[in-house]
Design a protein around this ligand. Structure first.
Ligand code: ADP
Ligand code: MG
Length: 236
């Protein structure tokens, strides 16, 4: 089981508040959505949670441990994995080898081949196993990035716009994959612009604007929140 909580997170860039006492909570078995217009602070919040940026104020608590000052490596050892809005694949390696490298980093040793094959099936890219990662279409490349994160068997998975560039069919399969990963006990946190996907898979949704959480609740409530509807859902 995993429980992640970020609270009161404030990040200032040259006098401008990218995050202003923002936070969210995510639990094992759940999918938590973070939405909001471009520049709202979603990726910066992921940077703070994954340890790539130290906040001026606030705390990140994983399973009751304060990890606000822990290194990204330490957070990874505690079971946290993330993907990036800008893809970070090994372009010249095949799809399968990208997964194997990730599985080896996850200390699975000789099992890395089997882990890679299992994930290839799970993310639906078995037919692309030998394709070089940099010749994948964007939607498939994003799936591979999620697959690499899964290779380390994370307990907390942070996904930054994973469905960007996916077609409708890929997004449908991706939604099923996310539900499956959550059902396995992972706490999934999803930053995504595809509202159909967010509202169909998330248990809780947080709406960020100008660095603040302006609404949070189950998708049914968020979809009916007039402030959210008029100010944000129309433009994201
Ligand atoms: P989102 O992911 O919601 O689109 P970001 O977290 O990327 O938003 O950005 C939030 C705000 O912080 C934006 O105004 C952005 O320009 C600013 N910002 C992000 N990263 C930096 C940085 N490294 N230096 C200065 N400003 C930044
Ligand atoms: Mg972003």
């Amino acid at each position: 089981m995993a429980s992640l909580r970020a609270s009161g997170v404030t990040v200032v860039f040259g006098g401008k508040r990218a995050l202003d006492e923002a936070g969210f909570a995510a639990e094992s078995g759940g999918i938590t959505g973070l939405i909001g217009p471009n520049g709202a602070g979603k990726s910066t919040l992921f940077d703070v949670v994954s340890g790539l940026r130290r906040p001026q104020a606030g705390a990140v608590i994983l399973d009751g441990h304060d990890i606000t000052r822990a290194t990204p490596a330490r957070r990874a050892r505690r079971g946290m994995a993330r993907t990036f809005q800008r893809l970070e694949l090994f372009g010249r390696l095949s799809v399968r080898d990208n997964l194997r490298v990730a599985a080896e980093l996850g200390a699975r040793g000789r099992e890395s081949g089997r882990t890679a094959d299992r994930i290839l099936e799970r993310i639906g890219l078995a037919s692309h196993a030998d394709t070089a990662a940099d010749s994948l279409p964007t939607g498939a490349a994003r799936l591979l990035e999620v697959g690499r994160a899964l290779a380390g068997r994370p307990r907390v998975l942070l996904l930054d716009e994973p469905a960007a560039g996916q077609d409708a069919d890929e997004t449908r399969r991706f939604a099923a994959l996310l539900r499956d990963v959550a059902a396995d006990g992972c706490a999934v946190v999803l930053v995504e612009h595809d509202m159909g996907l967010v509202m169909s898979v998330c248990d809780q949704v947080y709406v960020l604007d100008l660095g603040k959480v302006v609404a949070s609740g189950p998708p049914e409530e968020i979809q009916q929140d007039q402030t959210v509807l008029t100010a944000y859902l129309g433009e994201v």
